[in-house]
Design a protein around this ligand. Structure first.
Ligand code: SAH
Ligand code: SF4
Length: 368
């Protein structure tokens, strides 16, 4: 049965080589296989013509390259594209492609839902269902690179040049699957994305921030959202476990492990909640003279949530005040709002049409 087979998708080079050796084969076949799967987009072993027939047969019998099923694609007026991937039990996870002239950023999901329940987040509001596997995480990138034309028609130039773990879920709560996925992203045998162009965004799981700094060296974004513990306890409940002082210490440790690298602090702008100049001053005091950048995110509303987005001039004043503290501060451009693809709007909502298709599929499986 397909389910008993080892899924090779999302398996880093070292693990794949160990598997080939276990099969009594030479380790270098792992490298050939990775080039087929990621660089040429081939998932049928039969087409991997530089592998011997007997090896192809063995792979066919014992392994698979199983991609997540794409349920739908939504195209925004601004060029942003969102895909929904089946994640079981009538639920879906989302990935969002944001094209810019000099880059193509894919925002990917790491969990179905999220347990951390931040007060302003649609993913948090749906609760936690499960972790995605490394295959399901890498599958989002595989699909985007297959679906989109390569940049400049250069065969090695994938559409996805940057990956941010800012979709559904808390990546550091799914550490054991996120790290192998990162290894595949940065491998020259796969997508060869520089570790600087891979960003993990976390709400502040301190112990795993330290581990990530030791093991991965990717860019780090931290969802701060409040400049004092009272307010952050309310907005980002994990703050009660890892308060701001401990979180910032972990940030500076992380930055210290890498040369010339900054931590990006995300700060969602909520009208009348965290957006006063006094808040900006508190934030400035926390971050000034540190390897920090601030990225202000205008709040994106979603059904059932009462917060409002700060007015544009409030955001601008806040940003300018941070700059007076000597900080680099930018405001994130909201993209893909018309297809509910903006930050914090991802809830993996499956449309009725797709839901019908899914339940039909389940019926078929149940009666098979
Ligand atoms: N769990 C991780 C990554 C996913 S969320 C984290 O929290 O960092 C990616 C970013 O979107 C985070 O900074 C998050 O706080 C922000 N976000 C969540 N809901 C939002 C909303 N409704 N409007 C704007 N940004 C939001
Ligand atoms: Fe989870 Fe991040 Fe949403 Fe918080 S903001 S609930 S950590 S996905």
């Amino acid at each position: 049965m397909a389910n008993d087979r080892i899924n090779l998708l999302g398996m880093p080079q070292a693990a794949l080589e160990a598997l080939f050796i276990e099969f009594g084969e030479k380790a270098f076949h792992a490298r050939q296989l990775m080039r087929w799967v990621y660089q040429r987009g081939v998932t049928d072993f039969e087409e991997m013509t530089d592998l011997s027939k007997s090896l192809r047969r063995k792979l066919e019998d014992e392994t698979s390259i199983e991609l997540p099923e794409v349920l739908s694609q939504h195209d925004s007026e601004d060029g942003t594209i969102k895909w929904l991937f089946e994640s079981g039990f009538g639920q879906a996870v989302e990935a969002v492609f944001i094209p810019e002239p000099d880059r193509g950023t894919l925002c990917i999901s790491s969990q179905v839902g999220c347990a951390l329940d931040c007060a302003f987040c649609a993913t948090g509001a749906q609760g936690f269902n499960r972790n995605l596997s490394a295959a399901e995480i890498i599958g989002q990138v595989w699909h985007a690179n297959q679906a989109l034309p390569r940049r400049d028609n250069d065969a090695a130039d994938f559409a996805v040049t940057n990956v941010v773990f800012m979709g559904m879920g808390e990546p550091l709560a799914n550490y054991r699957n996120v790290v192998p996925a990162i290894e595949v992203l940065i491998s020259d045998l796969a997508y060869g994305i520089s570790h600087r162009r891979v960003t993990v965004s976390t709400s502040g799981l301190v112990p795993n921030m330290d581990k990530l700094g030791d093991e991965c060296n990717v860019s780090l974004a931290v969802s701060l959202h409040a400049p004092n513990d009272d307010l952050r306890d309310e907005l980002v409940p994990i703050n009660k476990m890892h308060p701001i002082e401990k979180l910032l210490d972990a940030c500076w440790r992380y930055a210290g492990k890498r040369t010339n690298r900054h931590i990006t602090f995300e700060y969602v702008m909520l009208d009348g909640v965290n957006d006063s100049l006094a808040h900006a001053d508190q934030l400035g005091a926390l971050l000034r003279n540190r390897p920090a950048k601030v990225n202000l995110i205008p709040f994106n509303p979603f059904a059932g949530n009462e917060y409002r987005r700060s007015p544009a001039d409030t955001i601008l004043d806040f940003q300018n005040r941070l700059r007076q503290h000597g900080l680099v501060a930018t405001t994130r451009k909201t993209r893909g709002e018309d297809i509910n693809a903006a930050c914090g709007q991802l809830a993996g909502k499956v449309s009725d049409r797709v839901r019908n298709r899914l339940s039909e599929k389940r019926r078929r499986v149940a009666t098979a």
